[in-house]
Ligand binder design. Structure first.
Ligand code: KIV
Length: 264
């Protein structure tokens, strides 16, 4: 069945979880469909995962359009979400132009990193029929400002600010939220207090959906793995079965377990 932002909202209302995985090409899009993955994210993580760069900052709109087209060709039923890369949301007009390119390349929804200041851009996108996922918490495009890839929302002030941002971005017209690296208790509060579906990564099993970077869950990313990553290949030794195991673990709330989550 074709996944839409509305079908994800229905799942949230029914208390059912959904799965999301990054995807950068047609072959993995087709395999992910076969495994039942609901949302394919063309993340700007492709800069680090595919291009070997040391952050997501060098990723361009042309890179994102190219990989979105690749994923679109292999996909038949998942919702395709594509990232607006660093500085592609400089102004409302830039956001509209760049989101338009991603939608014409095959995206069904665009994802933007930021905070409450995204509201005007989200409203403008929504008015033009472009669904939006607002990415809060650890926003890797701001790694230089954040001082590293660190858990966000740990103190009361920061947690209150994130909750307020989530509520104002829902009001501005966001269709989904993504929370990266936030304490489980804060993710739970935000998920309960907004009516739009919330996808988590490093946010505990309390959000409506989960996302992982494909190469991380296949155990092929070199170097140290973040705490929230699980390698699904160790149990299956076969890519399709690993994708199915991830989908199943998310939908049955087995993943993420306590050891993949952060406390305050
Ligand atoms: O770029 C990306 O892959 C992401 C996920 C890690 C959430 O934004």
């Amino acid at each position: 069945m074709t996944v839409t932002t509305l079908s994800l909202k229905t799942l949230k209302e029914q208390g059912q979880k959904f799965s999301c995985l990054t995807c950068y090409d047609a072959c993995f899009a087709a395999l992910s469909n076969e495994a039942g993955i609901d949302v394919l994210l063309i993340g700007d993580s492709l800069g680090m995962v595919l291009q070997g760069k040391n952050s997501t900052l060098p990723v361009t709109m042309d890179d994102m359009v190219y990989h979105t087209e690749c994923v679109m060709r292999g996909n038949s039923e998942a919702l395709i979400m594509a990232d607006l890369p660093f500085m592609a949301n400089n102004s409302v007009q830039d956001t509209l132009n760049n989101a338009g390119r991603l939608m014409q390349a095959g995206a069904n929804i665009v994802k933007v990193e930021g905070e409450a200041w995204l509201a005007d851009s989200i409203t403008a996108l929504s008015q033009r029929g472009i669904p939006v996922c607002a990415h809060l918490g650890l926003t890797p495009q701001s790694v230089n400002k954040l001082g590293g890839y660190k858990v966000q929302g740990k103190n009361l002030d920061a947690a209150d600010r994130m909750l307020a941002a989530a509520q104002s971005l829902e009001e501005a017209g966001a269709d989904l939220l993504l929370l990266e690296c936030v304490p489980r208790s804060l993710a739970e509060k935000i998920t309960q207090q907004v009516s739009i579906p919330v996808i988590g990564i490093g946010a505990g099993n309390v959000t409506d959906g989960q996302v992982l970077v494909l190469h991380d869950m296949l155990g092929i990313t070199p170097g140290n793995k973040p705490r929230f990553v699980k390698n699904f290949m160790t149990e299956t030794n076969n890519i399709l079965d690993a994708l199915k195991a991830y989908d199943n673990a998310v939908k049955s709330s087995i993943f993420p377990a306590e050891e993949h989550s952060f406390k305050n």
